[in-house]
Design a protein. Structure first.
Length: 49
């Protein structure tokens, strides 16, 4: 069974779509040492501190 997407889910998906589109990276470049995922993690940690 598929769960219904909440407003938060939709907002996060839209944010991720925009971020991926802005980077111009192919899907293979999303994960790696200095990739989009690493950059997102670093910025999230900075924002929390």
């Amino acid at each position: 069974m598929r769960r219904t997407k909440t407003k938060e889910d939709k907002a996060l998906n839209a944010a991720f779509d925009a971020l991926i589109a802005q980077t111009g990276h192919p899907p293979e470049a999303i994960m790696g040492e200095q990739d989009v995922l690493a950059q997102m993690t670093n910025r999230l940690i900075e924002r929390v501190n």
